[in-house]
Design a protein around this ligand. Structure first.
Ligand SMILES: Cc1cc2nc3c(=O)[nH]c(=O)nc-3n(C[C@H](O)[C@H](O)[C@H](O)COP(=O)(O)OP(=O)(O)OC[C@H]3O[C@@H](n4cnc5c(N)ncnc54)[C@H](O)[C@@H]3O)c2cc1C
Length: 480
């Protein structure tokens, strides 16, 4: 019998897997997709919010502030990029100015660093400010990171420390048994003492298979975005929020750690929890809203659009608790924004709930750290020459937009929690993130994946198992 089963390998499941891997327990993570970070963690604004705006008294408020404080150290430990670039909440009229003052009061009470600045002060740092902006709340502790990078690094570390990650394992039913729970996937049955349900938009349906009714409900709220290419002079330098409304933080302008700009998101409920297509209506809405806070948006630099679905709960707050009727079944559900920012603190809280009931032994000082990654793009000429001396594949440029070499892709495939799909490679090292969106590098990535995984190129998928890229051979090899 397994000690702990974690269902879902989004940022919540990845943090839990890594944090629990510090204890002498057996852990299995069951993920329905063929890679980690495939749900809300895959498509979001990537902001580590300061914690200024969740409603007072909520878990969101408490865990966002704590999570923001924790990220810097964790990213250092995992060799992930975290940039505390700061944010402005921008007011465009007197009423919004009043809201800024309320937000400041709330942020002060949470010891979130902040101050009100005038339009004149802000425009020196953000020249593209719209003419309507009259003032802003400056939040220097706001950060940005790369959600895929951190989720994958966490899972890599969890696996290196004994966690069993099972991909393509959709859980379809959970039953109570004498010693714990029987978790049924499409492929197998696993008995476990403890279950942690962090299955995103599906968490309500999954819990209902155990309790035979719905205690809480999760709806999907779609967020749509534009992505702008790198620019010599960044379009903006900080995260720019409008004043928040009842349905959320509004349409933002967000610099990314790769020097792109995200414009979005929308926030509207959708029936299909898994449909992450873009819509003309959604994208037009984003365009329309932007003019409130910025001007001259360089849409000619747009390289793609994307969308993600927030797991939005009827409780309007995170649901992080042990089931009242089913001991040792923990729901970590309705983790909508600021779920990414709160994730380390959510995990800390859940581990605390488990430790309150079970005396788990720490593994001591045998914890393994992740093997360092090489980023050729960031190396000096001398460092590059040294790398090429050791391995010629560091000289073979596969992605010209993002400057990714063959050796880096091979490493991403063979690390623990390695890539098995084209998107998996993109998530780990970045070919396909740039201007050509994979136009040049995708066929080469397919070839490398097939060679390294010892598969036929026709078996290589873009993303999930249904996304085959090659239909049939058009030319036979000379040998065939
Ligand atoms: C548009 C948008 C913008 C956002 N912006 C921000 C932001 O800037 N900052 C911030 O802090 N937060 C933001 N968020 C929220 C943040 O992305 C989420 O809170 C966070 O990613 C939730 O992580 P999770 O692991 O709980 O869920 P998910 O990432 O959704 O992971 C759940 C996992 O469970 C798996 N799963 C589902 N059903 C099953 C099953 N039956 N069996 C096995 N596995 C299953 C899924 O495949 C998925 O991998 C945003 C979200 C969206 C959508």
């Amino acid at each position: 019998m397994t000690d702990i089963v974690i269902i879902g390998a989004g940022i919540t499941g990845c943090f839990l897997a890594r944090d629990l891997s510090r204890y002498n327990v057996s852990i299995a993570v069951l993920e329905k997709e063929n890679d980690v970070a495939s749900g809300a963690t895959m498509a979001n604004s990537a902001i580590i919010h300061s914690g200024h705006d969740p409603k007072e008294g909520t878990l969101k408020a408490k865990l966002n502030v704590r999570g923001n404080q924790m990220y810097e150290e964790i990213c250092k430990e995992l060799d992930c990029t975290f940039m505390r670039i700061g944010a402005y909440v921008l007011a465009t009229n007197q009423e919004e100015n009043e809201t800024l003052l309320q937000l400041k009061k709330q942020a002060d009470s949470r010891q979130v660093p902040c101050c009100i600045q005038t339009r004149e002060e802000i425009i020196k740092k953000e020249p593209q400010l719209s003419d309507q902006v009259i003032s802003g709340l400056w939040l220097p502790s706001t950060g940005i990171l790369y959600p895929w990078e951190i989720a994958i690094a966490l899972m890599e570390n969890a696996i290196s420390n004994g966690v069993d990650l099972k991909l393509d394992e959709e859980v379809i039913k959970i039953e109570k048994i004498d010693q714990g729970y029987r978790v049924k996937t499409k492929n197998q049955t696993i008995d476990t003492k403890i279950v942690i349900n962090c299955s995103g938009v599906y968490a309500d349906d999954l819990y209902a298979t155990l309790i035979q009714r719905k205690d809480f409900s999760i709806t999907a709220r779609k967020g749509e975005y534009f992505v702008l290419d790198h620019m010599k002079k960044p379009y903006v330098n900080h995260v720019l929020y409008p004043v928040p409304s009842k349905i959320g933080k509004g349409v933002l302008v967000v610099p990314t750690i790769h020097d792109n700009i995200l414009l979005g998101p929308t926030s509207y409920e959708v029936d299909d929890k898994y449909a992450i297509n873009n819509t003309q209506k959604g994208l037009d809405f984003v365009r329309g809203q932007l003019s409130k806070i910025v001007k001259d948006v360089p849409f000619d630099k747009m390289i793609r659009t994307f969308a993600g679905n927030r797991p939005s709960g009827n409780t309007k707050d995170f649901i992080i608790e042990e089931s009242k009727e089913y001991p040792d079944f923990f729901n970590v559900a309705a983790i909508e924004s600021p779920g990414l920012a709160s994730a380390p603190a959510i995990s800390e809280m859940v581990v605390g709930l488990i430790l309150d009931k079970h005396a788990l032994n720490k593994k001591g000082n045998v914890i393994k750290v992740n093997r360092p990654k090489v980023r050729v793009k960031d190396c000096s000429i001398d460092e590059k020459n040294e790398l090429v001396k050791k391995d010629k594949r560091y000289a073979k440029m596969i992605c010209r937009c993002e400057q990714i070499t063959e050796a880096e892709i091979i490493d991403a495939i063979h690390r623990p929690c390695g890539a098995t799909s084209v998107k998996g490679v993109k998530k780990r090292v970045g070919p396909g993130l740039g201007r050509c969106q994979g136009g040049f590098c995708e066929p080469l990535v397919v070839e490398i994946l097939a060679r390294e995984l010892n598969k036929d190129p026709q078996e290589i998928v873009l993303d999930n198992l249904d996304s085959k890229m090659l239909v049939e051979r058009t030319k036979q090899n000379e040998n065939n």
